[in-house]
Structures are given as C-alpha cells and as structure tokens.
Design a protein around this ligand. Structure first.
Ligand SMILES: *Cc1c(COP(=O)(O)O)cnc(C)c1O
Length: 380
C-alpha cells in the first residue's frame, strides 16, 4: 500500500506489535482477545479467541497440571467457578457426598444453586471411614474431600476413601479440594483421586492480589471434554493478567510454602503448651487424631494453616485476635502476610465451628516475631 493512509487508520496501526520476534525472558501478558488466522484458515499456535484459550492461561494450565501430576488442568476465574464447573458436569438425579465441615461457600453453592437444579447431597464426617462407606448411595457420583479441612483441620485418608468408593461405586468420582496443602505438600491424584481442585487465589497466587481457580483431572477423558466445554461456553475463565499473576506466584510456590509450613509447625508447638490456649488443631502435632494419616499423605509437611481454641468464649477469642499486631484480622489465606480470623462470625450462627476458634494463616514473617505477638496477644 503506497497510498498515504488517513490519521484514522494510522491511529489503529500505531499500537501494532513491532516486536513479534523478540524473545523476552519473563512471560509477556497477552491481552489480545483474538489471534491471526493463517491463509489456509488454520491457527498456527492454536489460539483463536481468548475465551477459548489464551497464551497466559495455557501456560498456567500446563504448569498446574504438571505440578499436580494430572493429565489436564482447566483454569477458572475463581475457586468457586472451578468448583461450580465440577457440579455442572454432573446430571440431575446424581448424588454428591460432602464433608460435614466443607468450605462453607461450597455448602451454600450446592444447597442454594445445585440442589434446586436436581443434585442431591449428604454431609458426612470425612475423617470417619465407616461413616463414609455407609453414606454411599447407588446414585452417588461424586465424593468431595477437603483435607486438611476448614477450619477444624480434620484429615481424610484419600487413598483409603478412593479405594472404598471405587469398590462400591466404580463410576463415582473422587474430588479433593487441595487448596490448603497445595501440590507442595499433597498430591491427591497420585493418592487415588480423579480430580484435584484449587482456589489458586490462595497459595498459588500467594500475594492476596488475584482471584482464580483450577480443576486438574487424571484420566477421565469424557469428563475432561465435558468440563472443557463448560469452561469455554460458560466463560468463567481467568483474564490474561490474572493467569499471569498466578503463574508468577507459582515460581516461588515451593519456597514460600516450605517456609510458611516450618513456621506454622513451630507456632503450633508453642501455642499447644500455652496456658491460655485450650486446643491447637494442626495435623503436624502428635496430639492430632489423624496425625498418622497426615504423616503418610503429606510427607513434606502439614501446611501453613492452623486453628486454635482460646480458653474462654467467643468474646475472648475476638479480643485476642484484635490484640495481635502482626496478624491482620481478615478472611482468606495463603498470602505472604499472616492473617487471623474469628471463623464463627464469618460462617454464621448455624455453623458447627466453635465460638472460641481462631483460624490462622501463616505468612513469611520470622517465627520469633510471630511468637512474641501471640505471647502479648494472649497475655495472661
Ligand atoms: C478460598 C477457598 C475456596 C474458594 O475459592 P475462591 O477463589 O475464593 O472462589 C474453595 N475452597 C477452599 C478450601 C478455599 O480456601
């Protein structure tokens, strides 16, 4: 085109990428929603339109699939969107078995949204193997595990439960919410589960600045295809920037989680012997009722989440949490900053969480500083 172009056209061309062949070391963010089609009609790199797939999302999905030892990963715009997609893959009439202390938004999701759509469900103590077997129905198509559980840190034996479920209901799927341990500490798919699901908002992102989720599947090709259709057609996908932020977080995941876990273990031991504390829930402690199971299925450590029962009532627990200075009183977890939360007041009056329970997410601060903070916060 030799003809001089109009300013209107030049304006459009002004932002054209002149560096297609540059080789940046850190991954760029591909904001483009659409991709060049070749002359023969094909798409050279497989990218057509960003809801279907985007380079940042692809990098994220392939990275997580590898870390979780799964065959495929599908990324979503939040942990709840990922979880919702799993329920959507079921059919009306299917029965779901959930932990009686499941993450409370998952309970709300199935009760308020998916039960009216035709899923039925029961809640069971997922640390009680006999209760689980007794609760299986002929229509049970999904068994949901969350281990360690929130906020009581109960442990489910993934290997044993997977075997029992497959023996009774060969078609039933076992899904594990692996948000808390992350693949650094627990690999559900290697232990017998079919699906590992994440709120990547937490440890993967790691900096409390991005909302996203992921479903990782092992085998189960038909389910994978159906879930990919739900992802693409439902459209609850993470933005390129969100995908990029989580990928960036993953680069330091192992270093962060190992350090945070070490500090959590030390703080759990300190709080367990403190006279103002009634009980510490942490699977790394020998006093934890499923410590042996945890030791087997979390060989690299027990995570950076714990909860404590403060001696006294809810009022006293809230008072203690407000006195802490290095622990921000806020919900969520998995970031570099330590958080504390009075869980009962978040979950509501009908939640089974004790009123004197505080949930703690350990960050990357030094143990000694965190210990001194609890010492002054509990001050006798
Ligand atoms: C936060 C969380 C979720 C929900 O994830 P979002 O990213 O907030 O949608 C699900 N499960 C567990 C265990 C969580 O901690």
């Amino acid at each position: 085109m030799s003809q001089k172009q109009s300013p209107q056209t030049l304006a459009v061309k002004a932002a054209e990428n002149a560096f297609r062949t540059a080789k940046p070391v850190s991954t760029p963010i591909y904001l483009s929603t659409t991709f060049h089609r070749e002359q023969d009609g094909s798409y050279k790199h497989g990218f057509v339109y960003s809801r279907m797939q985007n380079p940042n999302r692809k990098i994220l999905e392939e990275g997580i699939a590898q870390l979780e030892q799964g065959d495929r990963c599908l990324a979503f715009s939040s942990g709840m969107a990922a979880i919702s997609a799993i329920f959507q893959a079921l059919r009306p009439g299917d029965h779901v078995l959930l932990p009686d202390d499941v993450y409370y938004n998952i309970y709300a999701l199935i009760k308020e949204v998916y039960a009216p759509w035709g899923l039925s469900y029961d809640l069971v103590d997922m640390s009680d193997n006999q209760a689980i077997e007794a609760a299986l129905l002929p229509d049970t198509k999904l068994v949901w595990l969350e281990t360690p559980s929130n906020p009581q840190l109960k442990i489910s034996d993934i290997t044993h439960i997977s075997q029992v479920v497959k023996k009774n209901n060969p078609e039933a799927l076992i899904a594990v919410d692996n948000t808390w341990p992350s693949p650094v500490l627990q690999l559900p798919l290697a232990l017998g589960a079919d699906i590992s699901v994440h709120s990547t908002t937490k440890y993967f992102g790691g900096h409390s600045d991005v909302l996203s989720g992921a479903v990782v599947i092992k085998g189960q090709e038909e389910l994978t295809n159906r879930m990919e259709r739900i992802q693409i057609l439902g459209g609850a996908v993470p933005s390129p920037f969100d995908s990029w932020l989580v990928s960036r977080g993953i680069q330091t995941l192992y270093t962060r989680v190992k350090a945070q876990t070490e500090t959590a273990m030390q703080l759990a031991r300190f709080l367990e012997q403190h006279p103002a504390i009634e009980k510490v829930n942490y699977p790394g402690l020998e006093s934890h009722p499923q410590h042996e199971v945890a030791k087997r299925q979390m060989p690299n450590g027990y995570g950076a989440m714990l909860s404590v029962l403060v001696k006294g009532d809810a009022h006293r627990a809230i008072e203690v949490s407000n006195k802490l200075q290095l622990f921000t009183t806020a919900t969520s977890l998995g970031g570099v900053e330590s958080l504390v939360e009075h869980r009962k007041s978040v979950e509501g009056e009908d939640s089974p969480t004790p009123g004197n329970l505080l949930r703690i997410s350990i960050g990357l601060e030094a143990f000694e500083d965190l210990r001194l903070d609890w010492e002054q916060g509990l001050g006798l």
